[in-house]
Design a protein around this ligand. Structure first.
Ligand code: EPZ
Length: 430
């Protein structure tokens, strides 16, 4: 299994191009199931999760093509891909494919809307908590679906004539359930109102894609989405937004090591809450025409308390990285994880660097240390893994991060991007 070796202590200086957002690319790819015409996506990141979803979509009959780089286009720019679901040949998403990635469960919405039936494996547990699917099932039932659970599969059938618009009032904000109901409602008969919808920028990216495909959606970017169902959707060409979590991750890395990094293509309005918190830690942030510049002089890192929240709050997907930063603050900070019940696996690994963190229920109390020391650590989930890389970049001496396949699920060319900014980092094969 590949490992990453790094030697900490170098400031980061230079430019990092932000890739297309994994969490936008995945649902956009799934939206291709809604039409028999091609959906062209630009700026798709090269990630293991994208590859995995390609396999799942191909199993349903989607033809996928990756286009070459255009003349003059920089190396490393996101892929241009076409997804063409002319015919859905299979409405089953099997266990061996779905169990590898939770987002693949979301195919249930478009399959049910277009084919009036779907059989999708339950995604099962995952490293960051139980992550149930009750909100998806509630929403689909509101649209008239009949749902059974059979041998680990959700078996869903639409009423004769297809799904029917309804009010779906989520008791809790869910990104995946919002994507799913939005897609399903686009092809339902009549009007659907989604209350307490997620407002993440990735939802907006998908909603705008659906509109480009002929869907009628209003309230995009707000807590209430109204969808007038249409009979058919058509092809479109859509750009994947820049990855706000990758942006925040590199911003925190620069804040922790010191230095001066331009995050090219980053959009500050997608992570304002995280940038505001970073500013309070003493990091200088400036918004430039082509991205966000992050600088820290040698004045130390101020401790700041943070609660994770749905967008526009501080994202849970940056909690581990922020915790890494706080391990070197000049005081005590409290981090409260409110989205997932078990998203602190990085705590034990950060402790291997000498970090002082105490967890009590949802709250982690981090007492900053002037210096961390490099260590052998183990990646657990995607965002936890990158928090270990950030800690290693600032720690004294050598760090080896084991089991890095988690990183490849969500970070494109991580070592390359960091080493171009002066980090001493390499991948060790085997
Ligand atoms: C999306 O997951 C992201 N994944 C996650 O990123 C992200 O952490 C999460 O949203 C929160 O922002 C993708 O976009 C592919 P949720 P999702 O449904 O949709 C509970 C990463 O590292 N819930 O918004 O699965 C759930 O257990 C990943 O890129 C129910 O109770 O998250 C959680 O506590 C990790 N019942 C809360 O809602 C349900 O039916 C929010 O989860 C569904 C969810």
């Amino acid at each position: 299994m590949d490992r990453i070796r790094l030697v900490g202590g170098n400031e980061l200086r230079g430019e990092i191009s932000i890739s297309g957002a994994k969490n936008a690319a995945l649902p956009l790819m799934i939206a291709s199931l809604l039409t028999d015409e091609p959906l062209v996506l630009h700026n798709v990141p090269r990630l293991a999760d994208v590859k995995q979803l390609e396999r799942i979509l191909e199993n349903h009959g989607v033809d996928i093509a990756v286009h070459g780089r255009r003349r003059g286009e920089e190396e490393g720019v996101g892929q241009r891909m076409t997804f063409h679901a002319a015919d859905i040949v299979d409405t089953t998403a099997p266990y061996d494919l779905v169990s590898k990635m939770r987002a693949s469960f979301w195919v249930i919405g478009p399959l049910l809307a277009r084919c009036h039936e779907a059989r999708v494996s339950l995604p099962g547990g995952c490293a960051i908590g139980t992550r149930p699917v009750d909100l998806f099932l509630y929403g689909l039932k509101q649209l008239g679906a009949e749902i059974d659970i059979d041998e680990g599969y959700v078996v869903a059938r639409a009423p004769k004539g297809g799904l029917v618009g309804a009010t779906v009032s989520f008791p809790k904000v869910s990104v995946g359930a919002t994507h799913t109901i939005l897609m399903a409602a686009s092809l339902a008969r009549g009007t659907t109102i989604i209350e307490n919808a997620a407002q993440e920028p990735e939802i907006t990216n998908v909603a705008e894609c659906l509109v480009a495909m002929g869907a009628k959606i209003s309230g995009i970017g707000t807590r209430t989405l109204t969808v007038e169902g249409v009979e058919k959707l058509h092809g479109a060409t859509v750009e994947v937004i820049p990855d706000r979590i990758e942006t925040g991750t590199f911003a925190m890395a620069a804040a922790m090591t010191g230095g001066d990094v331009l995050l090219r293509g980053a959009r500050s309005e997608h992570l304002q809450a995280a940038l505001d918190i970073l500013a309070q830690t003493g990091t200088e942030l400036s918004h430039e025409a082509n991205g966000i510049r992050v600088r820290r002089n040698g004045n130390g890192i101020q401790p700041v308390d943070v609660d994770t929240d749905p967008f526009p709050g501080f994202p849970t997907d940056l909690q581990a990285q922020f915790m890494a930063l706080m391990t070197m603050s000049s005081g005590v900070s409290e981090i409260r994880e409110t989205i997932f019940e078990n998203r602190y696996m990085h705590v034990a690994e950060l402790a291997r660097f000498g970090a002082d963190i105490a967890v009590n229920g949802q709250v982690a109390t981090v007492t900053g240390r002037p210096q961390l020391k490099g260590a052998q650590v183990m990646a657990t989930d995607l965002r936890a893994s990158v928090s270990l890389v950030i800690a290693g970049l600032a720690a004294k001496g050598e760090t080896v991060v084991n089991r890095i396949y988690h990183l490849d699920r969500g970070f494109e060319r991580l070592e390359d991007k960091l080493s171009r900014c002066g980090a001493e980092i390499e991948r060790l094969a085997g």
